[in-house]
Design a binder for this molecule. Structure first.
Ligand code: DOR
Ligand code: ZN
Length: 442
């Protein structure tokens, strides 16, 4: 049993933002109220001895629903040298995430029920964040044959995606949207026309020209966003657009929503925090796909967040080894390691920078993803699972290779000090992280 006192609770699902006391019993939120006294707590929890209740002073801190990240690469099975489900789910709770969706671009690709079950079970064995598999749309990511969606859904998948690769064949995407309706799950689309993208390694523009790097035009993303929302409209299927990064994509999604199409989308914080102007030939930690946007695109992304066109934040946590990221820019793999630094970076630069409110940040990372993917959590309502984060907006930490639970260090914040971190994380009422350290589970 737990009593968190005098903490600023932010729970957008119940429009709550204010000082409260929170009680937890048997892994669930049992009450939220103002200024509880010992007698209240005894009555609500039905106990005599108040010593049985762990009391936490929350003054000056925030309590959020555990954050939900719908876009994480955990690399297991197959590339456990970069990350595995244990290290990735430890990194998640250290970053304030109590539920994560694991993408299917592993080796082998998650395209069968047994593989989805493996991911889910490895998540349970790790005992940290809740790990939900996202299964492939096409067998082996080949773009030619759909997976057995109903069967894989029964194995625990909550979405389908060939993320890492765009589905090039429009008829394949149309069929996927049609079949996915039976499962109730969205298709998550990594929108990238591979012919337009070519072998580019950053956004095409003045900076790519100056650096002598092949560029990826914004249209490589936006043409596929247009295609996929039209197909979702025609089939009545659910589409979720991953990592939106261009102005045109935001405009197309805004129009599609106005047309009544069942579309949601996410933006990755790195697309809000950096632009193509930040790219340097040696800074491969900023090599990411889709590539960092122009300033104009970034403004459109912020506008899309402000008016509700963009539904959620998601990290696209993409761990890679040091050796690979040490290659020349054009040869290094795409991806940013994000789970453990992203909340601080967003809080410090966007929430306290006035670009997003703290309520928006929590909403975009809790209730919105929970609703879209039909997940438990995302709120601290009475009776909900006690997935919670105690957040200290003043806590400062320097990001070092040793401090990270992730196996990889490909973050642009390595060696830098950030401010604003989770200091306690609970999953189903179990304390899994305290004072920035993982609590091993029995
Ligand atoms: O930057 C990225 N890294 N974008 C993707 O779409 C895939 C990901 C990865 O798997 O490394
Ligand atoms: Zn992707």
């Amino acid at each position: 049993m737990l009593w968190i006192k005098n903490v600023t609770v932010i729970d957008p699902a119940q429009d709550l933002s204010g000082l409260r006391d929170v009680l937890v019993q048997e892994g669930k939120i049992s009450a939220i109220g103002e200024n509880f006294q010992v007698r209240d707590v005894q009555t609500i929890l039905g106990i005599e001895q108040i010593e049985k209740v762990k009391q936490i002073e929350g003054t000056g801190k925030y309590l959020f629903p555990g954050l939900i990240d719908v876009h994480v690469h955990l690399r297991e099975p197959g590339q456990e040298n970069k990350e595995d489900i244990r290290s990735g789910s430890r990194a998640a709770v250290r970053g304030g995430f109590t539920s994560i969706l694991a993408m299917a671009n592993t080796a082998p690709v998650i395209d069968q029920r047994a593989l989805a079950e493996f991911v889910r079970l490895q998540g349970q064995r790790a005992g940290m964040a809740r790990v939900y598999p996202v299964a492939a749309v096409t067998k082996g990511f080949k773009g030619q044959e759909l997976v057995e969606m109903m069967d894989i859904r029964a194995g625990g998948a909550v979405g389908f995606s060939d993320d890492g690769k765009g589905i090039q064949n429009a008829e394949m995407m149309r069929l996927a949207l049609e079949y996915a309706k039976m499962t109730g799950c969205p298709i998550i689309s990594h929108c990238e026309d591979s012919d337009l993208a070519g072998s580019g390694s950053m956004r095409r523009g003045e900076v790519s020209a100056r650096l002598g790097l092949r560029g990826i035009p914004a249209s490589a993303e936006s043409v596929m966003v247009a295609r996929d929302v039209l197909l979702a409209g025609e089939t009545g299927g659910k589409i979720h657009i991953a990592h939106v990064s261009t102005k045109q994509s935001v405009e197309i999604i805004r129009t599609a929503k106005a047309m009544g199409i069942d579309v949601t989308c996410e933006v990755n914080p790195h697309h809000l925090l950096f632009t193509d102007q930040d790219v340097t030939l040696t800074g491969t930690s900023l090599k990411v796909n889709p590539p960092l946007p122009s300033e104009e695109d970034q403004d459109a992304l912020l506008q899309g967040l402000a008016d509700g066109t963009i539904d959620m934040l998601a990290t696209d946590h993409a761990p890679h080894t040091w050796e690979e990221k040490a290659k020349p820019f054009a040869e290094a793999p795409f991806g940013i390691n994000a789970l453990e630094t992203v909340l601080a970076a967003v809080w410090q630069n966007l929430a306290t920078g006035g670009k997003l409110t703290s309520e928006q940040v929590v909403k975009l990372w809790s209730v919105n993803p929970a609703r879209r993917f039909g997940l438990a959590g995302g709120t601290l309502q009475t009776g909900a699972a006690a997935d919670m984060v105690l957040f200290d907006s003043e806590y400062r930490e320097t990001v070092t290779a040793d401090s990270l639970e992730s196996k990889a260090q490909n973050t642009p914040f390595l060696g830098k000090e950030l401010k604003g971190f989770p200091i306690m994380t609970w999953v189903g009422g179990r304390l899994v992280m305290e004072n920035r350290k993982i609590i091993p589970q029995k």
